[in-house]
Write a protein that binds this ligand. Sequence first.
Ligand code: UDP
Length: 235
Amino acid sequence: MRPKYKRIILKLSGEALAGDKGFGINQDVIDAIAVQVKEIVKLDVEVSIVVGGGNFWRGRSHEGMDRTTADYMGMLATVINSLALQDSLENIGIMTRVQTAIEMRQIAEPYIRRRAVRHLEKGRVVIFAAGTGNPYFSTDTTASLRAAEIEAEVILLAKKVDGVYDSDPVENPNAKKYEDLTYIEVLKKGLKVMDSTATSLCMDNKIPIIVFSLKNPENIKRVVLGEKIGTYVKE
Ligand code: UDP
């Protein structure tokens, strides 16, 4: 079984780590993801991960608060998730490094692109924490930015739903799932794949995005092996 990609970014939303409760971290869920990450590391895929923070905090959901402060809190939430993921991966023998976009040297390395690439080449999983380090951005944009910087071939966007639909499949049972989309279609139709900043960055740098469900964590490996599941977003 030969993987289709050599270097990837896996974007996990905060919600993906929370399981059914929707808040905090579900250890069983995070451990199941770690096992699947190990599977693709064993295939010699260079794996980097961007984790969201929505299971703890989202800046834009706190209107009464200064937005920059609320966003910094969101970035800190991604650090909590990154450390939990690091712990889970190291428990099963995967070497990892967490790199933060905001310096907190006692906890993790600062983000240094060349160093991140070196870790990947040595087979370590690199977890990018604290988003881009800037308010008003998202961890989807972080995934796009880091993918461009480290020259990842693809972003695996693991979600609760199994792809991109023309309307919300939870509310509309007739919602239609797209197999393939272009970046422009995503932007024009206002589809909620990623925010527009993240989508534009992928478009400008020709980084394909594969949106799929993490309900079955084995999907990570299936996508890496080239099986066509979910929705592909590209030129
Ligand atoms: N955030 C930010 N800048 C970044 C990345 C994240 O300010 O570059 C903040 C923002 O408040 C965001 C929160 O961190 O709401 C959590 O990230 P996100 O909403 O992307 O998490 P997800 O929805 O993927 O769980």
